[in-house]
Ligand binder design. Structure first.
Ligand code: C2E
Ligand code: CA
Ligand code: CA
Length: 428
């Protein structure tokens, strides 16, 4: 009699400490304790973090009760698919953690695919609901002893999976972590970079293919920090993700207009400059007015500016962008399609959006047939052509024969710091 009562209390205490009230499965305490014990024993397998995307919105849409039932049913479904014996826990609000002892990646992928399929379409009180599931996975090796470390890795992988609509699960790897650390380092110093004027505008000459005289230039940003140059490929993609590119592009643009004003006064001759602009930026409200204002502030005529944008693949996007480009053209700006040929819809894009110039991507500089076709199309459509990445005399001769309008590349000059560029321009 007495013993039974004791068991009851024990059971109650266990429940209190280790069972999640909403789903009736084990909670994060259980996960951490059990996980630690497993690692101490040299367990090998995988940790899965299963995340319900936009759960807050789900709750708002269907109400808290349905939301709770959903969580509960996910718990039930996980047990049904994986078996009662597995470690299946609710870690936090809309996050579940599962430990698998499978060792082969093939087995793992099969389980993960099954989970994704079954959980994305789940029944709650006789209705089926579509939900967004993302799964982050970290491998547990014999040597691993810290459950928090494994958890962090799975969370990093989960975040990666969430970012990507096409791949709903991600397995952690070291490069991913290094990349994230690097991006984080850049994010910590980017604003300081602008304040301290660490971003410098370099200019790469574009020469007329007929007489090889400098006719235009492309502005390319450089980041000088503590006497080191961080290459654009390291920070531009990060800035595109976190939208800091908008601030940077504006900063570069203002610098370019300032330089152009100075040159006009100093040399009494004009040069057309092209500026790169991120698509994120173009679609911002007020972008056109802002650029127009800067242009006017420095007495630059918009037709001395070419805005380089990269190809767009999404049709929706194309229609939106097309309208903005039309407005830009009305103000007098010239539009150039950068990296032409690398997207999927180059041709249809040319028909839908108003363009003045195409910049043939450097990967085509040795593909004569492709060059021929692209230049032919450009000519038919009355577009100016620029070949970028020109490195050899042989390439120059071919491009001249094909009647490209402008040549840009290391053969003539690399991007130059402002005063260096001025010298080059005056002498060529
Ligand atoms: P992009 O617009 O395609 O710029 C051309 C890139 O090719 C530049 O790299 C340039 O230095 C490089 N290049 C020039 N000539 C040659 C050549 O003969 N051979 C080879 N292999 N490369 C050549 P960079 O300066 O490192 O810039 C990389 C990318 O960063 C640019 O590609 C552009 O997409 C982006 N970027 C640079 N500045 C800005 C900016 O102010 N705003 C935005 N949004 N993006 C920028
Ligand atoms: Ca460019
Ligand atoms: Ca380019």
């Amino acid at each position: 009699m007495k013993k039974e009562k004791n068991e009851n209390i024990e059971e109650k205490l266990y429940k209190l400490a280790y069972i999640d009230k909403v789903t009736n499965i084990e909670n994060n305490n259980f996960f951490l304790e059990k996980g630690t014990k497993l690692l101490e024993k040299g367990f090998e397998g995988y940790l899965l973090i299963i995340d319900i995307g936009k759960f807050k919105a789900f709750n708002k849409k269907y109400g808290r009760i349905i939301g709770d039932s959903l969580l509960k049913n996910i718990g039930i479904k996980l047990k049904e698919i994986l078996g009662e014996k597995r470690i299946i826990t609710r870690l936090a609000n809309d996050v579940f953690a599962v430990i698998l002892e499978e060792k082969e990646q093939k087995e793992l992928t099969q389980i993960v695919e099954k989970l994704l399929k079954e959980l994305s379409n789940i029944e709650v009180e006789k209705n089926k609901y579509k939900i967004l599931i993302s799964i982050g996975i970290s491998k547990i090796e014999k040597e691993d002893k810290d459950i928090f470390e494994i958890l962090d890795k799975a969370i990093i992988a989960r975040d990666e999976a969430k970012k990507n609509f096409n791949k709903k699960y991600h397995i952690f790897n070291q490069e991913l972590e290094n990349q994230i650390i690097k991006e984080h380092d850049i994010e910590l110093i980017m604003e300081e970079g602008i304040q301290n004027q660490e971003f410098k505008v370099f200019y790469q000459p574009k020469v007329n293919a007929k007489n090889e005289k400098v006719e235009e230039a492309e502005a390319l940003v450089r980041w000088e920090r503590e006497n080191k140059l961080i290459p654009p490929n390291e920070f531009i993609p990060v800035f595109e993700k976190n939208k800091f590119i908008i601030q940077l592009d504006k900063y570069v643009y203002e610098q370019v207009c300032k330089d152009m004003k100075e040159w006009k006064e100093k040399y009494n001759k004009k040069i057309k400059v092209s500026v790169n602009i991120s698509k994120q930026h173009i679609v911002q409200d007020g972008f056109i007015e802002e650029y127009y204002k800067i242009t006017k502030k420095y007495n630059v005529n918009p037709n001395e500016i070419e805005l380089e944008i990269t190809e767009t693949t999404e049709l929706d996007e194309q229609f939106g962008i097309s309208k903005i480009l039309e407005n830009l053209k009305e103000k007098g700006f010239k539009i150039s399609i950068d990296d032409f040929g690398t997207g999927y819809s180059s041709l249809s894009m040319l028909q839908q959006i108003p363009v003045d110039v195409i910049k043939i991507d450097k990967s085509f500089v040795d593909q004569i047939k492709m060059l021929e076709i692209m230049i032919l199309i450009a000519k038919k459509m009355d577009l100016k052509t620029v070949a970028e990445g020109v490195e050899t005399n042989e390439q120059v001769q071919i491009l001249k024969k094909l009647e490209v309008d402008l040549l840009q590349g290391f053969y003539y000059s690399k991007p130059l710091e402002k005063t260096e560029f001025e010298k080059y321009w005056q002498n060529n």
